[in-house]
Design a protein around this ligand. Structure first.
Ligand code: MGD
Ligand code: MGD
Ligand code: SF4
Ligand code: MO
Length: 678
């Protein structure tokens, strides 16, 4: 759709997935919202506007190689790079290979990686940064509804009477969704915005009610609410009987602790929780949004299910009374989930453990029966251990910077630096992870390649190029196909992204995420319709939604320790490889910082701007203090600053169902930095 030098594309940042319109003129690129797009309706935030200025900064333009990781890189040709890749892959047993992908890859790229790795290489040793982001929501959706897929859609904001935002800071992380919420509030001031978050975030500041619970007490709160709704006869028993299973056991687990006692243990005032009970007991339309505050936890799946239980118990799975809508983090984590890039999945929401699913893919990919392994691959944090133990000897990282974003930086660094590991990093810039690699493959970036992406409300749109990239860089798809062809695999000779999409979309036919009837060129489609399960027909074996008893306990810090919450900054994107060069996006975020309650700081003789040392069993970091408002005994620090990688202090503690890491609850001590007197 390129007319008058205007290109329709999608934003490369958050899962809101705004459709953009890029005008290319003499003075560079003008980024606007695409008003023709039904999902985001022409809105956008400042990130893509500013980003367009920095697309050429610090780009890699030739493959880099060194046999010995302690030696400097040498530039090599693409033929040599692909030959090295092929040699390393074919000389190792398949269990010694590992691949680590990203929700920032395009659907076509994630599909190709999945086909190559699970189909042609016959290993499920592949994971993505979605393991740190959406894995918990994926598992919870499957447990509650039988399939992955966010239930509601953005239009549910526009007529909601109340919007409950738990463990999410959309004012920073999903700004266009938050603007839509504020627009609803402006047009209908009676709309209530309720924020459940240990931090008084910008989202909380703009809400009607901030419930500053103690981190990790979510499950206690949701259980207390469920039990109280039942006691007051406010559950929708007709819906529960008709469309769900498991209510009784769930209620029994929830009702054990008296309401007031539960509420007190969350650190919340009784009145505030009463407000929530009354709201759920009413007929009002409630939209429930959540993100990493519920996903990145040791009991993340239980937190997700506990929140979902409240909607199931009050018959809120429809346009009238509302529904839950999980917010997706990255621009195409949804696309990656649909093509099945996580270690247990296959395209079209299929599963490697299901023999029909494997057979369908094998036939479709012209592979002999039993090529695809029925065993899920190990997840990324286990793979890191296997790298240190010389069991995994080849790692290909694409479109993610795991050195800084996996928990326990020192452990990751040790694994990546192991001379026995051949580390390949495919990136458009020399990331911190790339600096540890044997082989660096330079890629084209957003704005230079084409494909498709799915956003947080299941809406698929095209991504189109509007500029050229460095001459020596290749698109991710071209690199994957080049390697596959070098290995002699047939079926990787596509004419372009359209051919890849068309091959993939046929695998979605009659599946939950069916998009098989869509034309690539005009892709603008919300799979599953506006709301999933509108007919109360769920994707479980009994077609009923499932309640799950919420049994969990969060670990508490010792005396003198704080709970360290980690998360995002408003203007930067993760590890700053692309946004860190843009002065406008660095404003007020130039330096790392630690947010602390002023009273807790001053008790320790710490004043705003002072440097403090935060320490735990994994190490220590020095950070300047900013004062903020948080639940007692909590701290906040952003995770993306390469000079003070906060994941140095975050241990590997995973949710037992999703294997997602608890990235929001390290326990640390804080001391004022001793003044140096010479
Ligand atoms: N500007 C910007 N936007 C982004 C990104 C970015 O890097 N920069 N990244 C994108 C990605 S990939 C993602 S995943 C999303 C993440 O988006 P969000 O999840 O909204 O952002 P976070 O900062 O990770 O954490 C959200 C909130 O969870 C709260 N929280 C912590 N512990 C608990 C708890 O125990 N209970 C509850 N109820 N809340 C808790 C934190 O205090 C925090 O305010 O953002 C996306 N958008
Ligand atoms: N402590 C803590 N840790 C966290 C989190 C947290 O809240 N707290 N959040 C977690 C979450 S939710 C997420 S999503 C992760 C994000 O973690 P990462 O994905 O590791 O972080 P990014 O900085 O987004 O890394 C993306 C990389 O891809 C490169 N890139 C950009 N475009 C392209 C392209 O087109 N092709 C290729 N091949 N490369 C490209 C970028 O230059 C960059 O190096 O962090 C996780 N880690
Ligand atoms: S809200 Fe998210 S998707 Fe939309 S323009 Fe901003 S960063 Fe991009
Ligand atoms: Mo994420």
């Amino acid at each position: 759709m390129k007319a008058n030098n205007t290109t329709s594309t999608g934003c490369p940042f958050c899962g809101t997935g705004c459709a953009l319109s890029i005008e290319c003129g003499e003075n560079g690129f003008k980024v606007k919202g695409d008003k023709t797009n039904p999902s985001t309706q022409g809105d956008l935030c400042f990130k893509p506007i500013q980003m367009a200025k920095a697309l050429d900064a610090h780009r890699l333009s030739a493959p880099l190689y060194r046999a010995d990781k302690s030696k400097p890189f040498q530039e090599i040709s693409w033929d040599e790079a692909i030959a090295l890749l092929a040699h390393n892959i074919s000389s190792l047993p398949k269990d010694a290979l590992y691949f680590y992908l990203s929700g920032q890859l395009l659907t076509e790229e994630s599909y190709l990686f999945t086909k190559l790795i699970k189909g042609y290489l016959g290993t499920n040793n592949v994971d993505a940064n979605s393991r740190l982001c959406m894995a918990t929501a994926v598992v919870a959706h499957k447990m509650a509804f039988g399939s992955d897929g966010p239930v509601g859609n953005y239009a549910d904001i526009d007529d909601a009477d109340a919007i409950i935002i738990s463990g999410s800071n959309p004012a920073w992380a999903h700004p266009v969704i938050f603007r839509r919420i504020l627009a609803r509030k402006k047009a209908h001031p009676e709309t209530k915005i309720i924020v459940i978050d240990p931090i008084y975030t910008e989202t909380a500041e703009k809400s009607d009610l901030w419930m500053g619970l103690s981190g990790g007490s979510d499950t206690t709160l949701y259980n207390a609410l469920l039990a109280e709704l039942y006691r007051r006869g406010a559950c929708d028993t007709a819906f529960i009987d008709r469309a769900t299973e498991g209510f009784e056991q769930t209620l029994n687990a929830a009702i054990e602790i008296p309401f007031a006692e539960s509420v007190a243990s969350c650190g919340l005032p009784l009145n505030d929780v009463e407000t929530l009970v009354e709201l759920f007991a009413s007929d009002k339309k409630i939209l429930g949004l959540w993100c990493q505050g519920l996903n990145q936890a040791q009991d993340g799946v239980m937190r997700n299910l506990g929140f979902i239980n409240l909607f199931l118990a009050t018959g809120r799975l429809n346009v009238q009374k509302g529904l839950p809508l999980s917010l997706t983090g990255q621009p195409n984590a949804m696309g990656g989930r649909e093509v099945g890039y996580l270690s247990n999945a296959l395209p079209g929401y299929r599963d490697v453990r299901n023999s029909d699913d494997r057979a369908t893919c094998e036939v479709y990919w012209n592979l002999p029966p039993d090529t695809i392994s029925p065993t899920p691959g190990i997840t990324v944090t286990d793979a890191i251990d296997a790298m240190s133990a010389n069991q995994i000897r080849f790692l290909w990282v694409a479109c993610t910077n795991p050195l800084l974003t996996l928990p326990d930086v020192k452990k990751t660094e040790k694994a990546f630096s192991n001379p026995e590991l051949f580390l390949v990093v495919q990136d458009c810039v020399l990331s911190e992870t790339a600096l540890l690699a044997n082989l660096v493959l330079p890629t084209l970036s957003w704005g230079e390649k084409e494909g498709s992406m799915t956003n947080s409300e299941r809406f698929i749109k095209r991504v189109r190029p509007f500029k050229s990239g460095p001459a020596g860089a290749k698109s991710d798809s071209e690199i994957i196909c080049g390697l596959a062809q070098k290995l002699g695999f047939l079926g990787f000779d596509y004419t372009g992204a359209e051919a890849i999409y068309n091959e993939y979309k046929a695998l979605t036919k009659n599946r939950f995420c069916d998009q098989s009837s869509q034309e690539y060129d005009s892709l603008s489609y919300q799979w599953g319709g506006e709301r999933l399960y509108a007919n109360e027909h769920f994707a479980t074996p009994t077609f009923k939604a499932q309640f799950h008893p919420i049994i969990s306990s969060a670990s508490h810090p010792d005396k003198n320790q704080f709970v360290l919450i980690t998360g995002r900054t408003k203007k930067q994107w993760h590890t700053m490889t692309r946004t860190g060069h843009v002065a406008e996006l660095m404003k007020e975020e130039e330096h790392p910082y630690l947010v602390m309650n002023s009273n807790e700081a001053e008790e320790r003789g710490i004043y705003e701007g002072d440097s403090v040392v935060i320490t735990n069993q994994l190490g220590s970091l020095e950070l300047p203090v900013r004062f903020g408002k948080l639940a007692p005994n909590h701290l906040f620090a952003p995770f993306g600053y390469p000079e003070t990688p906060i994941n140095t202090l975050v241990p590997v503690t995973n949710d037992p169902f999703s294997f997602q890491s608890a990235l929001k609850s390290a326990h640390v001590r804080v001391t004022r930095k001793p003044i140096n007197c010479h």
